[in-house]
Design a protein around this ligand. Sequence first.
Ligand SMILES: Nc1ncnc2c1ncn2[C@@H]1O[C@H](COP(=O)(O)OS(=O)(=O)O)[C@@H](OP(=O)(O)O)[C@H]1O
Length: 290
Amino acid sequence: FVCLKELRTRHSTLSFSSSSSRSSSSSSSYNKTQQRLPGAIIIGVRKGGTRALLEMLNLHPDVEVAKAEVHYFNVEEHYRRGLDWYRSQMPLTSSGQLTLEKTPGYFASPPVPERVWNMNPAVRLLLIVRDPAVRLISDYTQVLHNRLTRHKPYQPLEELLLHNGQIDPGYKALQRSLYYHHLTQWLDVFPKKQIHVVDGDALIRDPFPELRKAERFLKLSPRINPDNFYLNTTKGFYCLLSDGHDKCLDESKGRPHAPLSAQVLRKLCRYFEQPNKMFFEMIGRSFSWC
Ligand SMILES: Nc1ncnc2c1ncn2[C@@H]1O[C@H](COP(=O)(O)OS(=O)(=O)O)[C@@H](OP(=O)(O)O)[C@H]1O
């Protein structure tokens, strides 16, 4: 279906009138497409379900997404290239459409909130979170996978996570799960109403309700339906259906997680209790994590 969307965009570049079910933005016979800066960004969290959220929002006829992570605001070399470079990474859209990009690295990168504000203080931000202990294990599993693929040595998770039998606060993957800490930096810059929190665990269990809430936040007409999703029992995750085409996320999403003993997991959950509470207070809702 991604290809179909691309075809439709090219058609509108060539000024074909659209006979498909696309909404008002593509209904005029001449609707010039161009690359635009994003109106919304999925800022994180890493391993929270950012790819699934992007692909699912891309089902909406008024949304076009940057396929690859752009890493504009968090990588100095990219940032120095300026906004024209950033814009050139974006998909073609017609005037009524929303441009969306996702870079999970934005959430925990200190200079990013102000840089995003400087680009567009009205940009809408989506933050997808997941149980921070599970997120950490997923984060470790990805790094482990990369190291194994490159035949590099790796340390077991417990070795990285514990120092003298206690949780080591210096472990990077642990720090990335301190959502309240990173969100504080965003709320120093953006008003709360501009950041929508998506429940990443709920998105895995049943994507549609989370998508409907995201559509509302993005002021999109409700066009994504429960029929756009089916549970792929082999993969154990929901896959996407659109225009008779189906698509599952690739095998890097939904990998079996590296093991962690029940005892260390309990320690980890205890460690996250307080930071989670602070995060819940900050966003005015809670999740049943750990
Ligand atoms: N529908 C569907 N299909 C497959 N995977 C899904 C889906 N919805 C959410 N997820 C979860 O997304 C997790 C990966 O998160 P991200 O895409 O944010 O990862 S990354 O930071 O971009 O690497 C990934 O984490 P792991 O299960 O740990 O691999 C998935 O659990």
